[in-house]
Design a protein around this ligand. Structure first.
Ligand code: NAD
Length: 517
C-alpha cells in the first residue's frame, strides 16, 4: 500500500511569550531533571550493553553537575556493530520504501508529542535556551517528515528512454552499513537527520554522537525503536571520536561515512576513508559538512536598524556556536559608525547566563571551547579595537560575553579562523564591491548575507558571493528543512544540502537492468 501523507510543512515553533507554553517547558525541565545521573548503555542489535568506562555529560552552565553518563564504546563494540548491521541489512534493504518511511513519520509524531522533553534535555546537556532548543527539536521533526516524503520518489524506477524489444529500468538501491558521526551543537536535529536519511532509503547506520551530547542521542535511538525500527538497523555507539570514530572510518566493512563537525576532523576523515584497507571491496562514500566563517555585508542603502538586529541574532544566538553564525560583519565605510553603534547597543541588552534561566547568551559547551574562545578574545585585542564584551567567566559554567572587535583586518586570525563562540570581527569596506571581495576572502563558504536596497547588488551577491546558503536582508542562521537546503562550499564541506531534494541520493547507488524479450 502506498504511503499517503499530507503535504510537508515545517514544524511550528513554540511561542514562549504565552505563559502556558513557558510553564509546559518548565514542567519538562523538571521531568528531565529527575533523570539526572542515569547511565545510557550502547544499543547494538537489540542488546543494551554497559561498559566499564563511561563518558560524563556535563551541564555547561554548571560544571560540577553531571547530567548523566553514556557508555563508551571500544573496538570490539565497533566490530559487533558492523556484524549486526550487515546482518540486519539483508532484511532492511528489501523493505518497501513506504514501510520504511512510515517509521520516520511515526517517530516524528512521537517526538512532537514529547517535544519539550527533548528540548529540555538539550537545555540541560547543551545549555540551550528555550527558543534555541525548541528550534532544534522542530528541525529534527522536520528532517523525519521531510526525508520520509523524499524517499518515496526513489521507490519507483528512474528515468530512462525505451528501446524496442527490451525493458530498461533504473533502480535506486541502498549502499549498506555506514557510520554517522555528528557534532554537539545541534545534538538533536543533526543527529536525527544524519541517521534518518540513510536509514529511510534502506541502509543501516552506526550512530556515533558527539561526546558532549550523548544523552539526547540516546533518547532519539529509543524513539526510533519505539516507532518500530527493527533492531540492528540503528546502532547507538557513543565513544571517543579519535578512538571508535576513527576505527570505524578506517574499517574495511564500513560502506559510507556521513560526518558533520569541524574542518580539521572532516579533512582527516576524508583522507582516512579514502585509503583502501585489506579486504575492502568498495570506495567509501563520504559526506562531510564542516565549519564556517560566515559574513554579513551591510551597505550604505541598508535599513541599519534591521541590519543591526539581524547581525546580533546571527552572531550571538546559542552563543555563536552555530556553523551558520555570523562571525564577520563587513560594513561599508559611510555607514560603519552608525551601524556599529546600533549593533553594540543591541548586544549590550543581551543577558548572559544559563539556558534554564532562558538567558540570551548561554554557555559554551565545554572546557576546550571555553579556552579557545578566551584565547581568541586575546587575539582580538591585538588585532582590533574592543567595542563590547571581551571577557569569559569559567567559575561556575563556561560563560563568555558577547564580544565585538572593530577595525579588524580581513586577514587577521579573528577574521579567518572559526572561533565558534560569541566573537565578532567588524571589517570596514570601501564600497560594496570591496565588501564582497573581503567576504569571499576565506577558505570557508557556508552561509553569508547582504543587507542592501540595491537590486543590482542583490543580483551580484546571488552570482558572486561564494556560499552555500546566501541570505538577503535577513539573519543568516535558522535554515529551514525543505525550504533552505543547507550545506557549504569549499572547506565548509561537500555541499550535500541537508534538508534538500537530493540529499538522500548520497546514500543510494543506481543499478540499471536491461531485459531483452
Ligand atoms: P568535531 O569535529 O570536534 O567533532 C565532530 C564529531 O567527530 C564528534 O562526534 C567527534 O567525536 C568526532 N570525531 C572527532 N575526532 C574524530 C576522528 N579522528 N575520527 C572520527 N571521528 C572523530 O566538531 P564539534 O566540535 O562536535 O562540532 C562543531 C563543528 O561542527 C564546527 O566546526 C561547526 O561549524 C561544525 N558544524 C557544521 C555544520 C554544517 O552543516 N556544515 C553543522 C553543525 C556544526
Amino acid at each position: 500500500m502506498t504511503l499517503k501523507l499530507s503535504p510537508y510543512r515545517n514544524e511550528p515553533l513554540t511561542d514562549f511569550s504565552v505563559p502556558a507554553n513557558r510553564q509546559a517547558y518548565q514542567d519538562a525541565l523538571q521531568k528531565m531533571r529527575a533523570t539526572v545521573g542515569r547511565t545510557y548503555p550502547l544499543v547494538i542489535g537489540g542488546r543494551r550493553i554497559e561498559t566499564d568506562d563511561t563518558i560524563a555529560s556535563v551541564n555547561p552552565a554548571r560544571k560540577d553537575e553531571v547530567i548523566g553518563y553514556t557508555a563508551k564504546a571500544n573496538r570490539e563494540h565497533a566490530e559487533l556493530a558492523l556484524e549486526v548491521g550487515w546482518k540486519a541489512w539483508e532484511d532492511w534493504r528489501t523493505w518497501d520504501m513506504d514501510a520504511r518511511a512510515r517509521i520516520l513519520v511515526k517517530a516524528a509524531a512521537l517526538m512532537r508529542r514529547r517535544k519539550h522533553e527533548f528540548s529540555a534535555m538539550m537545555t540541560l546537556e547543551a545549555g540551550k535556551n528555550f527558543a534555541e532548543a525548541d528550534a532544534d527539536t522542530a528541525e529534527a521533526i522536520d528532517f523525519l517528515e521531510y526525508y520520509a516524503r523524499q524517499s518515496l520518489k526513489y521507490a519507483g524506477a528512474g528515468e530512462t528512454y525505451d528501446f524496442p524489444g527490451e525493458e530498461n529500468r533504473l533502480h535506486h538501491i541502498p549502499l549498506g552499513v555506514g557510520v554517522s558521526i555528528s557534532p554537539w551543537n545541534f545534538p538533536l536535529a543533526i543527529f536525527t537527520g544524519m541517521l534518518a536519511a540513510p536509514i529511510v532509503v534502506g541502509n543501516c547506520v552506526i550512530a556515533k554522537p558527539a561526546e558532549d551530547t550523548g544523552i539526547i542521542a540516546a533518547m532519539v535511538v529509543d524513539l526510533m525503536h519505539e516507532a518500530g525500527l527493527p533492531e540492528g538497523v540503528l546502532t547507538y555507539l557513543p565513544g571517543l571520536g579519535e578512538e571508535v570514530g576513527d576505527y570505524l572510518v578506517k574499517h574495511a566493512r564500513t560502506r559510507f561515512v556521513t560526518f558533520t563537525g569541524s574542518r580539521q576532523v572532516g579533512l582527516m576523515i576524508n583522507e582516512n576513508a579514502a585509503k583502501v584497507q585489506p579486504g575492502q571491496r568498495w570506495i567509501k562514500r563520504v559526506v562531510l559538512e564542516m565549519g564556517g566563517k560566515d559574513a554579513l555585508i551591510v551597505d550604505e542603502t541598508a535599513d541599519l536598524d534591521e541590519a543591526a538586529a539581524a547581525a546580533v541574532a546571527s552572531a550571538f544566538g546559542f552563543a555563536g556556536q552555530k556553523c551558520s553564525a555570523m562571525s564577520r560583519l563587513i560594513v561599508v565605510d559611510s555607514v560603519h559608525d552608525e551601524l556599529v553603534r546600533l549593533v553594540v547597543e543591541k548586544t549590550e541588552k543581551l543577558t548572559v547566563g544559563s539556558g534554564e534561566q532562558d538567558c540570551n547568551v548561554t554557555p559554551l559547551v565545554n572546557d576546550e571551547s571555553f579556552e579557545k574562545v578566551t584565547r581568541y578574545m586575546e587575539y582580538g585585542r591585538q588585532e582590533g579595537k574592543l567595542l563590547t564584551g571581551g571577557s569569559t567567566d569559567g567559575s561556575v559554567g563556561h560563560f563568555a560575553q558577547p564580544t565585538i572587535f572593530d577595525d579588524v583586518q580581513p586577514g587577521a586570525r579573528v577574521a579567518q579562523d572559526e572561533i565558534f563562540g560569541p566573537v565578532v570581527a567588524v571589517i570596514r569596506a570601501q564600497d560594496f564591491d570591496d565588501a564582497l571581495r573581503i567576504a569571499n576572502n576565506t577558505e570557508y563558504g557556508l552561509t553569508g548575507g547582504v543587507f542592501t536596497k540595491k537590486r543590482e547588488r542583490i543580483e551580484r551577491a546571488r552570482r558572486d558571493f561564494q556560499v552555500g546558503n546566501l541570505y538577503v536582508n535577513r539573519k543568516i542562521t535558522g535554515a529551514l528543512v525543505g525550504v533552505q537546503p543547507f550545506g557549504g562550499f569549499n572547506m565548509s564541506g561537500t555541499d550535500s544540502k541537508a534538508g534538500g531534494p537530493n540529499y538522500l541520493e548520497y546514500f543510494l547507488q543506481l543499478k540499471t537492468v536491461a531485459e531483452r524479450f
